[in-house]
Design a protein around this ligand. Structure first.
Ligand code: ZN
Ligand code: FE
Length: 256
């Protein structure tokens, strides 16, 4: 069974690049391609050769580096079938339930639409790790640019059902700002207070807040906590459908 090495590094203004490496086969995948230069630098630092790119969604801050990386490495590009026309250089279209392999490590493709129409996440069950792009952020979630609240709630619920110890890698470092908003929704949540304090400390030291875990997000992320009686009461939505409670949290964040 493969044990992937995972290397996360900051790129662009607030994106993360991630490389996955299977030491047995040498296979190396990038999660998204925000920008070619920093990915090449990361590959050089590790002494790895890029074989695959796993794209979560079509936005430029996740795909801009594909062309240059493909030219240089001849790597294979996987991405959501439903966004095939929007992702230049896509080789393999994937959808819910498909398997994508990085060397000996297998990922299951999860349809996590909502931020974009075809957004996918890559879950490696044997590695206990999921790459969620702009669907789930730590203490936040992606904007509903091409999907409605019900669609995004379904996607987030799929991620929330993964084992709590699952490590979660997200597309952006937004956690500090997300904590400030979350505290207006659920100020009494002690796990959230602790996370906010820890993230403020990390930010001051320039340290990443990611990866997070599903368990930590279930305890702190207001977008996963629509069933909380405190949150429902604060929003005046006691007993309402969870997707509607989620939708109201999302609307408030958009105005925050
Ligand atoms: Zn995006
Ligand atoms: Fe993004």
């Amino acid at each position: 069974m493969a044990k992937l090495e995972i290397f996360q590094f900051p790129t662009r203004a607030d994106n993360y690049g991630v490389l996955l490496h299977d030491p047995e086969t040498g296979a190396t995948a990038a999660i998204d391609a925000p920008e070619a230069g920093p990915i090449q630098a990361a590959l050089a630092e590790k002494g790895w050769r890029l074989t695959d790119i796993l794209v979560t969604h079509h936005h430029g801050d996740h795909t801009a580096g594909i062309g240059a990386l493909k030219n240089k490495y001849g790597c294979t590009v996987y991405g959501p079938a439903r966004e095939a026309g929007l992702i230049q250089g896509l080789d393999v279209e994937v959808k819910e339930g498909d398997t994508v392999s990085v060397g000996h490590a297998d990922a299951t493709v999860l349809d996590t639409a909502g931020h974009t129409r075809g957004h996918v996440s890559y879950y490696f069950p044997d590695e206990g790790v999921v790459f969620v792009g702009d669907t789930l952020f730590s203490v936040g979630c992606g904007k509903l640019l091409e999907g409605d609240a019900a669609t995004m709630w379904r996607s987030l619920s799929k991620l929330a059902a993964l084992p709590p110890e699952t490590a979660v890698y997200c597309g952006h470092e937004y956690t500090g700002a997300n904590c400030r908003f979350a505290l207006t929704i659920e100020p009494e949540n002690e796990a959230l207070q602790a996370r906010a304090a820890q993230v403020a400390e990390n930010d001051a030291k320039g340290l990443p807040s990611l990866p997070t875990t599903i368990g930590l997000e279930l305890a702190t992320n207001p977008f996963l906590r629509a069933s909380s009686p405190q949150i429902q009461a604060r929003l005046g939505l006691e007993g309402q459908a969870l997707e509607d409670v989620f939708g109201e949290v999302r609307r408030r964040k958009d105005r925050f």
